[in-house]
Design a protein around this ligand. Structure first.
Ligand SMILES: Cc1ncc(COP(=O)(O)O)c(C=O)c1O
Length: 487
């Protein structure tokens, strides 16, 4: 289908409703536990939504990673997989797809996005060097700092504003980038990393013009540009609908241009391609050679890289399907639907709406919870209690402590309600908005959290916390008054 202009299917009533461009032919039963059980369950999970068993979650809005709905063509391709350790046809099919997609000549497989980050950091980051980025991602930063490197963010001031009208809050701030390189020298930069679009600041996209500026500057200074294309699907949608210069470009042309402007691209196939895996693409033989030897060491042989052949087949199809506007528009349109409902209920959310999910602004939702008691984490626990909905904290809890042990306070306290691709119906979206709206009426009851067990690295994954006081029981009692069934 030509995608030179894009208008989603409309309604006579004029209502802005995202219409699904797919139908469900396989479903999964989900259960809502009663509110008292939800209080117990979230405490058994250490008030950490990562530790909740999925059987106790009604709507799983933790992430889209590896949980997007796959198409029938993806499932069909899985049956065609050629299972061999070395030289499988499946690998060659995936390789060809990725190389055609990005316009590159070399592909390295890896089992997921952070595995690509491990390879990149191991190949390029020397102690004391910097990776300059539009915004860091948790696992990216952990790999860079693990090797003695540092992350420097050249993000726009706008990026940290939760309310904005800026269509491309994810952009690199070129002035900050130039100033940093002038002050520290290009040789101190292991590579520049552009994340399309940004995960931790609310799925905010980057413009193609910005990718071009960053690329030209990197070339001028002899710095490598590495593009994290994990969230590319949402980002190219926003380029097309928000950027005049992209309006008449096809998605294929946009992706090829991103590929042309990047020295190296990597992605989490759990996001891009809606399967489970990842990979790195480049046309530079030296870079390829440097990273290639790390793949058998960390991932597996060069023709599977830790992935099952079935996932590789599904990923190849999923990547090709990313070039269809009716496919890539689904998540952003559903994020907008959830965001609009929440705004109408007075719930503070990140604007403009981005990709990936809807982001509640905990700083404004629970301003009375101090930052060192993790307001976004506390809100995540409260949303689970009110709704059985599992979100993900993206704030101070997701940061690493400073070397002196003090808290590294995040410049934003967000609770992400992710919208995995093609998973939820509009009624479920309305349910989530309704419950969060109801919770807002009781926001004064929400209190903070403190650590009981705090891992040293990526503490948000496995850390266990407890509530400060008995606010969760009070919240459940208030909920029972509104909703006596407890459901
Ligand atoms: C922008 C970005 N980069 C890298 C990753 C890491 O990918 P993975 O979860 O497959 O390791 C993610 C995952 O959420 C991401 O959003």
């Amino acid at each position: 289908m030509p995608d030179h202009t894009y208008t989603p299917v409309g309604f006579f009533s004029g209502e802005k409703i995202p219409l699904e461009t797919h139908k469900a032919r396989m479903v999964q039963r989900i259960y809502l536990r009663p509110v008292r059980d939800r209080v117990r369950i979230i405490n058994e999970a250490g008030n950490n939504t990562f530790l909740l068993p999925n059987r106790d979650v009604f709507l799983d809005m933790l992430t889209d990673s590896g949980v997007n709905a796959m198409s029938e063509a993806q499932y069909a391709a899985m049956l065609m997989a050629d299972d061999s350790y070395a030289g499988s046809e499946t690998f060659y099919r995936l390789e060809k797809t990725v190389l055609d997609f990005f316009g590159k000549t070399r592909f390295l497989p890896a089992h997921q996005g952070r595995a690509c980050e491990n390879i990149l950091a191991t190949a390029y980051v020397k102690p004391g060097q910097f990776v300059v980025t539009n915004y860091h991602f948790t696992t990216t930063k952990a790999h860079i700092t693990r090797l003695g490197g540092k992350v420097h963010e050249a993000s726009r001031d706008e990026a940290a504003k939760t309310q904005s009208e800026d269509p491309f809050k994810g952009n690199f701030d070129m002035e900050k980038f130039r100033a940093f390189v002038d002050a520290n020298g290009a040789e101190s930069v292991a590579f520049a990393r552009i994340e399309l679009g940004t995960n931790l600041i609310g799925g905010q996209p980057v413009s193609l013009e910005n990718v071009r500026e960053v690329s030209e500057y990197c070339k001028e200074k002899g710095m490598k540009l590495v593009t994290d294309a994990s969230l590319l699907a949402d980002n190219i949608y926003f380029m097309k609908v928000r950027e005049k210069a992209c309006e008449k470009m096809s998605l294929r042309e946009i992706v090829l241009e991103i590929g042309r402007l990047s020295d190296i691209l990597y992605f989490s196939g759990r996001k891009l391609g809606c399967a489970r895996g990842g990979g790195i693409a480049t046309s530079n033989e030296e870079d390829y050679g440097k990273m290639r030897e790390l793949v058998p060491l960390f991932e597996g042989f060069l023709t599977y890289g830790g992935m099952s052949v079935r996932e590789m087949e599904a990923m190849a199809v999923g990547i090709r399907e990313t070039l269809d506007m009716d496919v890539v528009s689904q998540t952003p349109l559903f994020v907008e639907a959830l965001g609009s409902e929440l705004v109408a209920k007075g719930v503070p959310v990140v604007t403009p709406f981005g990709g990936l999910g809807c982001h509640l602004d905990a700083t404004r939702f629970v301003p009375h919870v101090p930052q060192d008691q993790y307001p976004a984490g506390a809100l995540a626990a409260a949303v689970y209690i009110a709704a059985g909905v599992r979100g993900m904290e993206r704030g101070t809890l997701s940061e690493q402590r400073n070397p002196d042990g003090s808290e590294h306070l995040s410049n934003m306290e967000l609770l992400r309600l992710a919208i995995p691709k093609r998973v939820f119906t509009l009624a479920q979206i309305k349910y989530a908005a309704d419950r969060v709206g109801g919770l807002r009426e009781h926001r004064d009851l929400i209190g903070g959290l403190v650590f009981e067990e705090e891992p040293k690295t990526l503490r948000f994954f496995l850390g266990r916390l407890k509530p400060v006081g008995d606010w969760q029981e009070k919240l459940a009692a208030a909920f029972l008054k509104d909703m006596p069934s407890g459901l």
